[in-house]
Ligand binder design. Structure first.
Ligand code: KG4
Ligand code: ZN
Length: 335
């Protein structure tokens, strides 16, 4: 049995992260969330690249130190090739290439969205194949049929905005500080989810649409504040709870449909929005009633982290799936 020791780097958006994995066990996972974007209310790509540049060496050093692993013990270096912001990806990619070249060890390119799913293999319990994974992040909303660690098929996805974007944009309209998603989640926990009604997106097959919900929230707030300028202030937690419930309903509707059609009851969620407490709770309640085995990652493995990149790299190493020094980032990388 090979027990490869791999350094993994994640730099696709606003988290600079490095992890060390040995024999499939994550030994360290250091995440530096860039604070520079807060004042702009969203991620500024150029500032993200610069912050990655500043963070990458200390984050990698910390990951090796925490894992108690020397550079000479590494069997490979992995990095996120995409999808993500080009400038941000370039930092991780260039760093990993130089590191691999300097140490004379193989390079592994990882797909960020596959890695979100493979985060489920870091800790127990692990899902059984085949399983369905609802991957929900700031840039993606997908239902993925996972047949094996590296054999996955997207069976449904958003046709416009990602659900994370819908959370973030709603939060912004309500005047909540960045990052909006987690803040909206916190407010929603204190509100009545049935206070206001918004349309549940309805697309063919297992696809999603979130732009309609976003627009309806915008018009709803415009009309209500005309009647009462303090409307948002007076109803903040109820608006948050109602929008959140609508987004969760839209997601679960398609997930239920896919589970029914394919006869699969092994259900996982992954990506930043899987940290949402309402989604986690609703899914667990549904699972208990309908005999689903539900898998929800630990919070630290929901949002962007290099631990998940390391897990994907572990399986790719065992398969001999290595990249060359000619590899470059792909902001729209598919699988
Ligand atoms: O996976 P991720 O960290 O980065 C991307 O690959 O996009 O996901 C980030 C997204 C953001 O839209 C953020 O607002 C959302 O995940 N998010 C949440 C929560 N935590 C993170 N959305 C709702 N509730 C949360 N608790
Ligand atoms: Zn992500």
């Amino acid at each position: 049995m090979i027990e490869p020791t791999i350094l993994a780097i994640e730099s696709s958006c606003d988290e600079t992260s490095a992890a060390v994995i040995r024999g499939g066990k994550v030994l360290s996972n250091i995440v530096n969330t860039q604070a520079v974007h807060e004042q702009y209310g969203g991620v500024v790509p150029e500032l993200a690249s610069r912050a990655h540049q500043q963070n990458i060496i200390p984050v990698v050093s910390q990951a090796l130190l925490t894992a108690n692993v020397a550079k000479s013990e590494l069997n490979a270096v992995a990095f996120t090739r995409g999808p993500g912001l080009l400038g941000a990806l370039l930092v991780g990619c260039s760093f990993a290439k130089s590191f691999a070249l300097g140490l004379g060890i193989p390079l592994i390119e990882v797909n960020h969205m596959q890695a979100h799913i493979l985060a489920h293999f870091i800790d127990d319990p692990k899902p059984q194949f085949p399983f369905l994974c609802l991957t929900v992040s700031g840039g993606h909303t997908q239902i993925v049929l996972v047949k094996d660690h590296l054999d996955m098929e997207i069976i449904g996805q958003t046709t416009d905005d990602a659900v994370g974007e819908a959370f973030d944009k709603t939060a912004k309209m309500l005047g909540l500080p960045y990052p909006g998603g987690p803040m909206l989640d916190k407010m929603a926990a204190q509100g009545n989810p049935n206070a206001f009604e918004f349309p549940v997106g309805n697309m063919p097959e297992y696809n999603f649409s979130f732009s309609g919900i976003k627009t309806s929230v915008l018009y709803f707030l415009r009309d209500k504040t005309k009647e009462n300028p303090d409307f948002v202030q007076d109803n903040l937690v109820d608006i948050c709870a109602s929008v959140q419930q609508t987004l969760i309903k839209t997601l679960l509707k398609k997930l239920k449909q896919a589970s029914r059609d394919l006869g699969i009851r092994e259900i996982a969620i992954a990506g930043g929005v899987s940290a949402n407490s309402g989604l986690r709770k609703t899914l667990q309640e549904y699972a208990a009633k309908h005999n689903w085995n539900v898998y929800i990652p630990a919070f630290q493995y929901c949002t962007d982290n290099a631990g998940m990149i390391a897990m994907a790299a572990h399986y790719q190493y065992l398969k001999g799936d290595f990249a060359t020094q000619y590899v470059s980032p792909d902001p729209r990388l598919k699988f």
